[in-house]
Design a protein around this ligand. Structure first.
Ligand SMILES: *Cc1c(COP(=O)(O)O)cnc(C)c1O
Length: 412
């Protein structure tokens, strides 16, 4: 019997199923993963890949880190959910350890990053009314062009990405946008109703955009002068990603509100938090805000282990050292397609020239060579592997990345 067309693979079957039954709100690379360990993942055909996206930095500790899995297993054998109607024996230790690691008075645990951002917005608005004395309903928060803070209707309402908003209005008022990286524009946007400045120390989804040196320090100082809350969205940049525990440390900035998520759950369970001192967190009264799963014992136990791994394995230092070296190696690759390489620690963007077309075909060619990376914005390939990665892995990856950046196997 002759076969005229190649038999459909398991991959095709999974792709067809997802295509048929899921909402089309994503356009993933056509690879179907079924197993992960450390920096590696395997697809349903048994092919092995180096994960250089790490779930947008939610997997800083790598896939299925044994200490995090152990904590999850242990907790699952005891108690998983109480709701906040009752106390549990994991939440207290979790928020204490989180505050001790970050140097703040209090933490409010949530689940997804967007919820932690919403929490921070509510906290800062209420602080504006109750403490700063702004007229009710007038509070304004300054945000940056190119921001990404999640996908709730309030958050997409202040996005500068047209597609994030199209068809989803009307939006929550009270946000004012200024160009990212522009200190004077920020200063000029402050008025008597400004309560907060929401900023990513490096914009991840915006395309791994690093602001000019001094931007965070100077906007922080202006916030202090004008009594505006500096709200650092470190959901992606935090917990070691950029070579410090928090990216704001690069400019010795201590925010008023620190927003964390992603790697706080160690790639196992969604855990996020808004963290602040008493003056701000004190505005919340029982009933003001909440979440059924926020602070649940399973998430808290997972987050405690996730945080411990980051600190004990010195992931920020690894990210700093390996990131500097790897960025240097990427910059040495001579290619007509690469405009420049930017980033900090192991949060790296390779910017493809407009004339070479979008970054997506480069990511597809990388996938064919066993490297999983994803474009962010049209022109940027993001490299953000687990921080547990070893130099040898990166050396091997460079042997695959270099030819792809030169255009080999890329559908240009
Ligand atoms: C991912 C991300 C969020 C949103 O987190 P979700 O868990 O997807 O809701 C918010 N801010 C930044 C900077 C992010 O990278």
């Amino acid at each position: 019997m002759t076969q005229t067309s190649p038999s459909p693979t398991r991959t095709d079957a999974y792709l067809d199923e997802a295509e048929r039954w899921s909402a089309h709100n994503y356009k993933p690379l056509p690879v179907v993963l079924e197993r992960g360990e450390g920096v590696w993942v395997w697809d349903v055909e048994g092919r092995k890949y180096l994960d250089m996206l790490a779930a947008y930095s939610a997997l800083n500790q790598g896939h299925r880190h044994p200490a995090i899995l152990e904590a999850a297993r242990e907790q699952m054998a005891k108690l998983t959910l109480t709701s906040r109607a009752f106390h549990n024996d994991q939440m207290g230790p979790f928020v204490r350890e989180l505050c001790e690691a970050t140097g703040f008075d209090r933490a409010l645990p949530m689940n997804t990053g967007a919820e932690a951002v919403e929490t921070a917005i509510k906290m800062v608005r209420k602080w504006g009314y109750r403490v700063k004395g702004i007229e009710d309903g007038r509070a304004e928060i300054i945000v940056c062009s190119g921001n990404f803070a999640g996908r709730t209707t309030t958050i997409v309402g202040f996005s500068s990405e047209a597609q994030y908003k199209e068809g989803f209005g009307p939006f929550t008022p009270g946000f004012r946008e200024v160009p990212y990286g522009d200190v004077e524009a920020f200063r000029g946007a402050i008025n008597e109703n400004t309560v907060g400045f929401l900023v990513e120390p490096i914009q991840g989804e915006g395309g791994v955009v690093v602001p000019p040196e001094g931007y965070l320090r100077e906007t922080r100082a202006i916030c202090r002068e004008r009594n505006v809350a500096f709200m650092a969205d470190e959901i992606q940049t935090g917990l070691g990603r950029t070579g410090r525990l928090f990216c704001t440390e690069w400019e010795e900035v201590r925010p008023d509100v620190l927003i964390v998520g992603k790697a706080l759950g160690g790639g196992v369970y969604p855990v996020s938090a808004a963290i602040a001192d008493d003056e701000m967190m004190g505005v919340f009264r029982p009933g003001d805000h909440g979440s059924t799963f926020g602070g649940n014992p399973l998430g808290a136990a997972v987050a405690r282990a996730s945080l411990r791994v980051i600190l004990e394995e010195e992931l920020p230092r690894r990210s700093d050292e390996l990131g500097s070296w790897f960025t240097g190696e990427l910059r040495k690759i001579e290619s007509p397609h690469v405009d420049h390489v930017r980033g900090r620690g192991l949060m790296i963007g390779v910017v493809i020239r407009d004339a070479s077309g979008p970054a997506r075909p480069f990511c597809e060619a990388l996938m064919d060579r066993g490297i999983l990376a994803k474009e962010t914005q049209k022109q940027v390939i993001r490299f953000a592997p687990p921080l547990t990665i070893e130099k040898a892995h990166l050396e091997a990856a460079l042997l695959e990345i270099a030819p792809v950046l030169r255009g080999e196997g890329v559908a240009l």
